[in-house]
Design a protein around this ligand. Structure first.
Ligand code: GLN
Length: 297
């Protein structure tokens, strides 16, 4: 029996049409080309050059399954199992948050301030709540002389982060710990020396903000990495800042990604704890999104 084939061009039209009640045309089209590249190593130009390209029946089954999942608003990054962050490829799955552009801005900030000090410095960096490893790995890649450590409470997330470090050819020491249970970093094996940089993008979305969270995030991304109690929204920041007071080198720097509504509260917290040079920054969307400060000299 002859196997049927299906013209990719015709399928594209159908794919976009079926998705446009949920996504806008540009987004639906970009999904189409992302999948085409990932599954068939074909680019947009290839379709223009070869308008008669076809899918096999088996390929069509795969495409239809992805289409159905996109209709259920499962993020494309999870469906493809990958995304890019700070110019690097990262594997992602539902045990880790999908790296966000705001977090790239945090990495950019850290690298910028490091530049002025010279990139060849043998600094020690710690990322707390590393998830996919995006912060730790992109710092390791761009600070080749740094020794980078990363902690996460989730073993599954760490397995993904480990793979990402390997795929990006960097050396990061991963440690499975619940930061809220760490009494002092000095008692954690491997972390008993001072750090030059401590960075964290901990869970910070309050339950009261759940309504604002998009369905695709709420239904698919790990709540463990997202949510905190309304009554103790800064729990991770307090804990990490306390640990940093003891384990940051004099003049070492602490960096956080923060909840956009809690910029002032974060400044107050760090001031009360005697941190210096507190700087609050907005992200590309104009929201208070990151903060840095120095440990006292
Ligand atoms: N920025 C993420 C979001 O809005 C939240 C990240 C976090 O909680 N650390 O979904």
């Amino acid at each position: 029996m002859k196997n049927s084939t299906f013209k990719i061009k015709a399928y594209r039209a159908q794919f976009i049409e079926e998705l446009t009640p949920i996504y806008d045309v540009g987004e639906a089209e970009s999904f189409f080309y992302l999948i085409l590249e990932e599954k068939h190593q074909l680019k947009r130009i290839d379709m223009a050059l070869h308008p008669d390209l076809v899918f096999s029946e088996a390929e069509l089954v795969v495409w239809n399954s992805i289409l159905e999942q996109l209709k259920q608003e499962i993020p494309i990054q999870y469906l493809l199992g990958k995304t890019s962050f700070y110019g690097l490829d990262f594997e992602v799955n539902d045990t880790v948050l999908i790296p966000r552009p705001e977090t790239e801005e945090l990495v950019e900030w850290i690298l910028e301030s490091q530049k002025s000090k010279g990139e060849s410095q043998k600094i020690r960096v710690l990322d707390i709540g590393t998830g996919s490893g995006c912060i730790a790995i992109s710092l390791a890649k761009n600070l080749p002389f740094a020794q980078v450590f990363a902690i996460d409470v989730s073993e599954k997330a760490l397995a993904t982060a480990q793979k990402n470090a390997q795929n990006n050819a960097v050396n990061v020491t991963f440690i499975n710990q619940n930061i809220l249970e760490v009494v002092s970093l000095s008692v954690v094996e491997g972390l008993d020396q001072q750090f030059d940089i401590i960075v964290s993008n901990p869970p910070y979305v309050r339950n009261l903000e759940k309504e604002e969270i998009k369905k695709n995030v709420l239904d698919n991304e790990p709540h463990l990495a997202l949510f905190v109690e309304d009554t103790d929204a800064l729990i991770f920041y307090k804990k990490i800042a306390e640990l940093a007071q003891k384990n940051l080198r004099p003049n070492g720097k602490l960096y956080f990604e923060i909840n956009q509504y809690l910029g002032k509260e974060m400044v107050d917290l760090l001031e009360r704890m005697n941190f210096k040079n507190i700087e609050l920054r907005k992200d590309i969307y104009g929201n208070d999104r990151m903060i840095s400060c120095h440990c006292e000299e």
